[in-house]
Design a protein around this ligand. Structure first.
Ligand code: TRP
Length: 382
């Protein structure tokens, strides 16, 4: 591999310092241009959420086509998912935050896939009970972000298989082994669960079209690491008579310890803020987080700090600044040396604690209706 390519991004491995422009070229996805963002802005009729306005989402497939259809009166549904290998951390919320905003703004339906099967196959250290347990725990956290119970539907793989399987059978017949081997880089020792799994991740893209007997467009907000699955999906869509899903890709967020991208495997405990962390754990992690600050206060006052490499700035950027004005203020004061890291951490911690408190309350409330979102039967009209 050439030095410029010394990073790896697949659904099963994220490694190295990612060059996002290069990755977009390698994957053959399109640039999320200011024009497309302006269209989204216009359609939504309000301000764009920070994940869009601050560049965390940066790439797409066929978003323009989807928006054309939407404006001609053909609403899409949203689809995203989570492989439940443990507790969620704040960076996992990136796709669900955007989905929640789109659902609220456009009133569209949301389908969430919880892949307890995938994580059991992908992580030899996890038991079936564990992935199923984390599946429910993660689902509560996701729903607590503010999804509408009437417009939100869940495929919990091990429990929804009767609903998924009739379509999975047809999808699987279209995918040659050589494709998954090449796309995911599977070694011969891979278990056959993962060889089949991409068929299951594809099914929700087509499920509403199947259920309703008409073509329903699909938009998938996801980390760019998931794009390989959906390349397979898009290749077989037309052959099965379904529309190709459109995608919106986010970058992988940096960990708190400042090591390149957050790894999808073996996250170090202090590298992320898990949603089940105690008040004191959150405090300790943020206080110990890697920043773009200087060696001494004197130097920092004089030379300023570097927000772009700072993990605390990433927290402000993605979730905790209350608006663009505050975000720009923090960025400017950081760069100029007016805002020192200790104070900045104290300020962001207040926001984080407030978010955790509100989230804990919302999470209790969703537990009364979470079960009712899980689809267990093959389609009848929804
Ligand atoms: N494979 C994803 C993960 O490991 C879970 C997932 C299933 C997903 N369907 C999806 C992610 C659709 C994004 C979009 O977390």
């Amino acid at each position: 591999m050439a030095p410029a390519d010394e990073f790896v991004v697949t659904p099963y491995e994220v490694k190295g310092r990612i060059d996002y422009v290069r990755l977009r070229e390698l994957f053959g996805t399109q640039d999320l241009t200011p024009d497309l963002l302006a269209r989204l802005h216009q359609i939504s009729g309000g301000d764009l959420p920070p994940l869009l306005s601050r560049g965390v989402y940066y790439s797409h497939r066929d978003l323009g086509v989807l928006l054309d259809q939407y404006q001609k009166g053909s609403p899409f549904f949203l689809y995203s998912g989570r492989g439940p290998s443990g507790p969620l951390h704040t960076s996992h919320l990136v796709s669900f935050d955007l989905c929640r905003w789109l659902q609220k703004t456009l009133g569209v339906r949301m389908f969430i896939q919880i892949t307890d099967d995938e994580k059991f196959w992908a992580r030899s250290g996890l038991t079936r009970e564990e992935t199923a347990y984390w599946g429910m725990e993660n689902l509560y956290d996701i729903l607590a972000l503010g999804f509408d119970p009437k417009r939100t539907h869940v495929f919990f793989d091990s429990r929804s298989i009767a609903a998924l399987y009739p379509l999975a059978i047809r999808v699987a017949r279209k995918i040659p082994y050589s494709t998954v081997k090449a796309v995911f880089g599977f070694e011969p020792s891979i278990n056959i669960g993962l060889v089949f799994y991409t068929a299951l991740q594809t099914v929700p893209c087509f499920w509403p079209s199947w259920a309703e007997g008409r073509s329903v467009p699909c938009l998938i907000p996801c980390g760019i690491d998931q794009d390989p699955h959906f390349r397979v999906t898009r290749d077989i869509a037309e052959g099965l008579g379904y529309p190709k899903p459109a995608l919106l890709h986010s970058q992988m967020l940096p960990g708190l310890l400042g090591e390149n991208a957050m790894s999808t495997t073996g996250d170090r405990e202090d590298n992320a803020l898990f949603l089940n962390d105690s008040h004191s754990a959150v405090e300790r992690k943020v206080r110990g987080a890697f920043t773009g600050g200087r060696a001494t206060v004197e130097e920092q006052r004089r030379l300023g700090a570097t927000p772009e490499i700072c993990s605390v700035w990433a927290l402000w950027r993605t979730r905790f600044a209350k608006d663009d004005r505050e975000f720009e203020e923090v960025t400017r004061d950081c760069r100029s040396g007016a805002l020192l890291c200790g104070e900045c951490k104290g300020r962001v911690l207040e926001r984080i604690h407030a978010f955790y408190a509100a989230h804990a309350e919302a999470r209790i409330k969703v537990q009364s209706w979470a079960e009712s979102t899980i689809i267990t039967e093959a389609p009848k009209a929804l």
